[in-house]
Design a protein around this ligand. Structure first.
Ligand SMILES: C[S@@+](CC[C@H](N)C(=O)[O-])C[C@H]1O[C@@H](n2cnc3c(N)ncnc32)[C@H](O)[C@@H]1O
Length: 207
């Protein structure tokens, strides 16, 4: 694990050479009904999302019984883990097909965007797993809308973890700064930093 303070810009300066679906297709074009159902039925996707969500939970360190928003819930893999651990979960996703699949899996879910939550209340925690790159792929600065929305929906002392797939370390730092600019104490946590395939990036945000 490597943690990077935002003031320290001298990282390894990596770039990812993987082409992401986010760079080639719009969200709705990629996750058409067939692909969304394939994702929801995939054991390997479930395992990956569960692992990432457990890591986010470990980083957040919120007491059991806290209320946590799952921002971009997909078919509910992250939501299921949050429930199992003992959090009260509010879930939403930008695509109606995923809201439907999440409900089918037994969880309440709303239609909403990480730039415009469908909930009014402030909560103890927010997790967003493998979602943010759909917003930043077109325009990195769009993350500032996400940052404001996260800030407005967290109680004072609340925490959030955003796991996502930036294409370069510069992009990561740029996004990190946008969260810092709205007021978050922002820590970048990189698991497996030297292995491009296994590298996992989390922003830990404290209000
Ligand atoms: C790889 S899935 C991960 C979902 C979830 N973590 C899980 O456990 O399955 C990415 C999800 O992000 C959602 N998404 C993408 N952009 C979004 C946005 N702007 N607001 C809300 N959800 C979004 C997609 O619809 C998709 O369900």
């Amino acid at each position: 694990m490597k943690t990077l303070r935002l003031s320290n810009l001298s990282g390894s300066n990596w770039k990812s050479f993987h082409i992401r679906p986010e760079d080639e297709k719009t969200l709705g074009d990629f996750y058409n009904e067939t692909e969304a159902k394939r994702y929801a039925a995939s054991n390997s996707m479930r395992k990956i999302q569960e692992g990432l969500t457990l890591r986010a939970i470990e980083l957040m360190q919120l007491p059991i019984g806290s209320t946590v928003i799952d921002a971009g819930c997909g078919a509910g893999f992250s939501t299921a883990i949050l429930h199992e651990i003992g959090y009260n979960v509010l879930a939403f996703d930008a695509l109606p097909i995923f809201v439907k699949l999440c409900k089918k899996n037994g969880f309440d879910a709303e239609l909403g965007d990480i730039r415009k939550f469908p909930f009014k209340q402030t909560v103890d925690g927010i997790v967003s797993i493998s979602v943010l790159q759909w917003v930043t792929a077109k325009e990195v600065d769009e993350a500032s809308k996400v940052a404001s929305e996260f800030w407005n929906h967290l109680k004072k002392g609340g925490k959030a973890v955003v796991q996502f797939y930036p294409t370069s370390e510069n992009e990561l730092l740029q996004v990190g700064r946008l969260f810092k600019n709205v007021g978050f104490k922002t820590t970048i946590v990189t698991d497996n930093p030297e292995n491009a395939r296994k590298r996992k990036i989390f922003l830990l945000l404290v209000k």
